[in-house]
Design a protein around this ligand. Structure first.
Ligand SMILES: Cc1cc2nc3c(=O)[nH]c(=O)nc-3n(C[C@H](O)[C@H](O)[C@H](O)COP(=O)(O)O)c2cc1C
Length: 209
């Protein structure tokens, strides 16, 4: 029997995959930002993003992005983007905790931009998964006073590193090969091995299409 206690954590970041969101501004300038607030349902992705970020500005203005999924192998590059923003001037709130303006996120991270096929923002060559997407809707969270928004994205194209494909299939990922980078309470983790035989996996993936 476990003993539970009531606590009041400042954040509830219990562990989600890290994504590098690639966008372009109305002025054509590229931006790249790490986030970890994301979930998928079918071919819809929903991301949680700070309203005053450059990414939010760009998604509002140009309504396209690429969700680049790093594996644990790209963790150092992801970390080089921490505490940077493409938004100038940097807000007092961000300055106070060490954020600085970085106009060249790809250069700062040491990552390579490659052209996308259905949207204007670039993909990140080093990331094993690229999801090109357009903005379907933007929902302000917490009303006028809230600092975040949920952005609903329609995925328009999926690119994956060949090595992630399930052998003998055309359109499936091998979950034993995909090693997502996970953020939990501001720390980086990888995944462990399979934990238990999954009953849900008796459903053929094509049923979800
Ligand atoms: C690993 C990681 C995960 C993050 N997750 C989020 C997130 O889910 N949502 C968010 O708004 N900011 C998140 N941040 C902070 C943003 O990266 C930060 O606000 C950044 O300044 C946004 O860049 P931009 O202003 O150029 O868009 C995260 C940062 C890191 C390093």
């Amino acid at each position: 029997m476990t003993t539970h206690v009531s606590i009041d954590p400042s954040i509830l970041y219990f562990g989600t995959p890290v994504v590098l969101v690639s966008t372009v501004g109305a002025d054509g300038r590229p931006n790249l930002a790490p986030i970890s607030s994301i979930f998928w349902l079918g071919h819809t992705a929903v991301i949680g993003i700070g309203r005053r970020s450059r990414t939010m500005q760009n998604l509002t203005d140009t309504r396209e992005c690429v969700l680049n999924l790093p594996s644990v192998d790209q963790v150092a590059a992801v970390d080089r983007l921490a505490l940077t923003t493409g938004q100038s001037p940097v807000s007092d709130r961000k300055l106070a905790v060490g954020y600085r303006y970085e106009p060249d996120k790809f250069g700062r991270a040491g990552l390579t931009a490659v052209s996308s096929t259905t949207v204007a923002p670039s993909r990140v060559a080093e990331c094993p998964v690229h999801l090109e997407a357009t903005v379907a809707d933007i929902y302000m969270l917490g009303g006028d006073e809230g600092g975040a928004a949920a952005v609903e994205l329609a995925v328009t194209r999926v690119h994956v590193d060949e090595s992630l494909k399930l052998a003998g299939t055309a359109n499936r990922i091998d979950p034993d090969r995909w090693r997502p980078l996970i953020m939990s309470f501001q720390q980086f983790y990888g995944l462990g091995d399979r934990a238990f035989p999954s009953t849900l996996s008796s459903i053929a993936e094509k049923w979800y299409r």
